[in-house]
Design a binder for this molecule. Structure first.
Ligand SMILES: Nc1ncnc2c1ncn2[C@@H]1O[C@H](COP(=O)(O)OP(=O)(O)OP(=O)(O)O)[C@@H](O)[C@H]1O
Length: 399
C-alpha cells in the first residue's frame, strides 16, 4: 500500500516536471518566433514525453501564400523537449513519414532535420540581412529550422490537419451518449484500413505531389511497419474530398505520430507481412468497437466464445448476448460481425485485403441501405454529428 502510494506520488511529480519543461520549451519557442517577419507561433497542439507539437502560421502580409481553402498557410512543428532525449522516437518518425509520404491516409511530412543547428546562418551582416528579406518574401518552411538554429536537436514539419482528433470526437460521443450513424462508422473504419494498407509499402513521394489512395501492391516488398501507437489521439479528421466517393460526405481520417513505429525483422520470421498487418488492423478494430461501445473491455486479453460464426473474439460485447438480447440493434450487423472476426483468434482473422474489400463495401452503402432501427443516416445527420462532436468549441481548451 505504502509502495503503491509512493509510486503514484512519483508519477504525479514526474508529470508535473514534464509539464514544467514543456511550458519552458513553449516559452522559448514563443520568444524565437516573437519578432519573426515570416512565421507566427499560434498555439501548442500537444506534448508527449519527448516532444512538443505546436502550430505555426505564415504571416503572409501580402496575401500571396494561401492554402487550398484560401486561408493563411499553417504548419505543425514537432521538436524535442529535452536535448538528446527521445532521439530514437524522432528518427523513427522521420524515417516512417519519409517512406509513407504521398499516401492519402498518413500525415504528410513537409521537411525534417536531425539537428536544427545545421541551419545556422553563415556570412557577414549584410549577407544575413539580405537573406532575411529574401526569406520573408518566399517563406519556405525550411526557414522555421533557421529560426530555431541556435537550439540543438531534431525537428519535424507537418501539414496541419484541422479537422480535430478522434480523441475529442470519441470523448464527446461518450459524454453525450451519441449513437453514431453506420455510415460514419464504416467511413472511419475504411480510412483506418487504408492507413493499414499504407503501412505495407513505401511511396517516398516528394512533398507537395498528389496523394494516392492506398491499395495493396503485389510487386512491392512489404514494409513490415508496425505503428505501435494507434489510438484515438493519433487519428485526425482531414478534409472532405469531392472527387473521392467515400470522402464526399464524410471527411477523411488520417494517421499521425510514428514515434513508436518499428519494423518487424524479415529474417527467419515466416509471414512477417501478415503479422504486421494483423497487428495494425487489430489496434484499429479495437478503436472501432470503442466507437460503438465506449465501455467495451477490448483493451486486455479477454476473449469470449460466440457461436455464430463460431469463434473466440474480443468483440463479443457488441453482438446480441447469449440470451439473445441486442444492446446495439442500430449498428449494422455486417460491421459488428466483421469486427468480431477482426478481433478474433489470430489465425482466423481476415487478411488486410479482405478487410479492405469489406470495409469499402460498407463505406459505399447508401443511407437508405439501413433499416428503421438505424439512426438517421442522411448526409445532413452525419454532418450535424460531426459538427456537434468535433467543431463545437471546447470552453476549457478553446477559450
Ligand atoms: N499534423 C497535425 N495536424 C494537426 N494536429 C496535429 C498534427 N500532428 C499532431 N497534432 C496534434 O498534436 C498532438 C501531439 O502530437 P503527436 O502525437 O505527434 O506528439 P507526441 O509528442 O508523440 O504525443 P503523444 O505521445 O501524446 O502521442 C496530437 O495528439 C494532435 O492533437
Amino acid at each position: 500500500m505504502v509502495a503503491s502510494f509512493s509510486k503514484v506520488k512519483m508519477a504525479t511529480s514526474a508529470r508535473r516536471a514534464l509539464r514544467r519543461i514543456a511550458r519552458n520549451v513553449e516559452l522559448q519557442l514563443r520568444f524565437n518566433f516573437a519578432n519573426n517577419p515570416a512565421w507566427e507561433f499560434e498555439k501548442v497542439l500537444g506534448n508527449g514525453s519527448y516532444g512538443i507539437t505546436v502550430l505555426l502560421a505564415d504571416k503572409d502580409p501580402l496575401h500571396i501564400r494561401r492554402d487550398r481553402n484560401n486561408r493563411r498557410r499553417r504548419i505543425v512543428l514537432k521538436r524535442q523537449l529535452i536535448p538528446e532525449q527521445g532521439m530514437a522516437d524522432f528518427l523513427a518518425e522521420m524515417q516512417a513519414l519519409e517512406q509513407l509520404r504521398g499516401h492519402a491516409h498518413i500525415a504528410q511530412m513537409i521537411d525534417s532535420t536531425v539537428n536544427t543547428q545545421y541551419f545556422r546562418s553563415r556570412g557577414g551582416r549584410t549577407v544575413v540581412f539580405l537573406r532575411r528579406i529574401l526569406r520573408a518574401l518566399t517563406n519556405h518552411p525550411e526557414n522555421i529550422f533557421k529560426i530555431m538554429a541556435h537550439h540543438r536537436g531534431p525537428a519535424i514539419l507537418l501539414e496541419y490537419l484541422e479537422g480535430g482528433s478522434l480523441y475529442t470526437f470519441a470523448l464527446r460521443q461518450y459524454e453525450t451518449n451519441t449513437k453514431l450513424p453506420n455510415r460514419l462508422l464504416w467511413s472511419i473504419f475504411y480510412c483506418l484500413m487504408r492507413a493499414c494498407a499504407a503501412m505495407t509499402y513505401g511511396k517516398n513521394a516528394p512533398y507537395g505531389g498528389p496523394l494516392e489512395l492506398e491499395e495493396l501492391q503485389q510487386d512491392e516488398p512489404h514494409l513490415l511497419l508496425r505503428h505501435n501507437d494507434i489510438a484515438f489521439r493519433n487519428l485526425m479528421f482531414d478534409d472532405y474530398e469531392p472527387q473521392v466517393p467515400e470522402h464526399q460526405t464524410l471527411p477523411k481520417v488520417v494517421l499521425i505520430d510514428f514515434g513508436l513505429a518499428t519494423y518487424i525483422k524479415r529474417d527467419g520470421v515466416p509471414r512477417a507481412g501478415e503479422i504486421a498487418d494483423k497487428y495494425n488492423m487489430h489496434e484499429c478494430a479495437k478503436l472501432m468497437v470503442k466507437l460503438i461501445h465506449p465501455r467495451a473491455k477490448v483493451a486486455g486479453d479477454l476473449y469470449a466464445y460466440i457461436t455464430n460464426p463460431p469463434l473466440l473474439t474480443q468483440a463479443w460485447e457488441i453482438i446480441p448476448d447469449r440470451y439473445g438480447y441486442d444492446h446495439f440493434p442500430w449498428v449494422d450487423n455486417q460491421l459488428r460481425y466483421l469486427l468480431c472476426e477482426a478481433l478474433g483468434d489470430l489465425n482466423y482473422r481476415p487478411s488486410l485485403q479482405q478487410m479492405l474489400r469489406r470495409t469499402r463495401r460498407g463505406a459505399l452503402k447508401s443511407a437508405s441501405a439501413y433499416g428503421p432501427r438505424a439512426p438517421d443516416e442522411s448526409d445532413a445527420a452525419c454532418q450535424a454529428i460531426l459538427q456537434q462532436l468535433l467543431h463545437t468549441p471546447d470552453p476549457e481548451n478553446d477559450p
